[in-house]
Design a protein around this ligand. Structure first.
Ligand SMILES: [Zn+2]
Length: 87
């Protein structure tokens, strides 16, 4: 099951815009580190990203996005909306 990751602690490069982005704790408050298949959003270009098994980020394909549970897609769209309006 994918969980949403907020952008907080560690820093990694976004594969889409090459910005340094902070990643790391789960938005469910568990504080757990990301694992393969977890999803994040770039705080610079707002691309939806997923962690691979090397714990690095790649862009989530549209195909994979559409396979996410509906509530996860809604949550992601809400998150991106909030992030866009926070800038
Ligand atoms: Zn980016």
């Amino acid at each position: 099951m994918s969980k949403l990751i907020s952008l907080d602690i560690d820093r990694k490069f976004c594969p889409c815009c090459n910005s340094f982005i902070a990643v790391n704790t789960a938005t469910d408050g568990s504080g757990s580190a990301p694992s393969a298949g977890d999803i994040s959003v770039c705080s610079v270009c707002y691309e939806i990203l997923e962690f691979n098994d090397q714990n690095s980020l790649r862009r989530l394909s549209n195909e994979k996005f559409m396979k996410l549970p509906e509530q996860t897609r809604i949550d992601l769209n809400n998150l991106i909306f909030i992030m866009r309006n926070a800038h």
